[in-house]
Design a protein around this ligand. Sequence first.
Ligand code: NDP
Ligand code: 8X3
Length: 257
Amino acid sequence: MKDLKNKIVFITGASAGIGKACAKVFAEAGANLILAARRIEKINELADKLINHNKIKVKTVKLDVRNYEEVKNTISFLKDDWKKIDILINNAGLARGFAKIYEGKIEDWNEMIDTNIKGLLYITRQILPLMVEREMGHVINIGSIAGHFTYPFGNVYSATKFAVNALSQSIRMDVLDKGIKVSSIDPGLVETEFSIVRFSGDEEKAKSVYSGITPLTGRDVAEAVLFCANRPNHVNINNIIITPLAQASTTMIHRKE
Ligand code: NDP
Ligand code: 8X3
């Protein structure tokens, strides 16, 4: 098992859900963290806790992954020591809306495409060259089971996660000769802020997504991410699809009413 002590892990979307859980799990493993999100107060609060509990170094950056200039400046202004990023967790993402394609909102589509595809690309474009230069590193993309199978009303969200799946495969090919690992962790239903965001704050609707099942927690997913990250040097986990026991696919969910 690889020792992650003092490794530098850059996590996008660390203010909630899976990203926040990744921050905790990697802090417990002794890694130093760069936490990015738009809600800076949330990541600052998390950083204080992790520094106190885990005696690690944590840097926070207020960042909207959709804004390429912001992404570029954030990475280029990092001090040289912080630029030695060992692990990038491309986690920031969202679903917005749940509609038939002929009734979908263009602004929802743009938000998902800009965040889940373009945001991931912008971050990767800035951080991957630093890994290429050092001929080491690990990119871990948070995809989704929706990047393997679609579902009614999942249309554009699913398309963005199919794109993440394609990018994970493609990046792996592009860095094959550079000693860099690329993994994709693709969860099913995880109870986070995800559904509250998808349904624009409608908590009742959000809750119903997980009714009658025990969904995954952010930590369940973070532990799969950690498993990928601490494999020995010669091992690359390409892909993990992780679902609640009650979920067989995007559409087959066994609910106990
Ligand atoms: P949450 O809503 O709990 O967290 C999403 C995170 O993404 C937040 O920290 C948010 O931070 C960040 N984020 C969103 N938009 C931006 C942006 N423009 N710039 C920077 N950060 C952004 O959801 P999850 O933790 O569930 O989602 C994390 C990832 O997991 C997503 O990619 C999602 O698609 C994927 N996923 C989720 C599943 C689920 O069922 N929950 C299942 C499969 C995959 P802030 O708002 O502070 O910027
Ligand atoms: C989130 C899982 O099935 O709600 O990616 O799309 S699903």
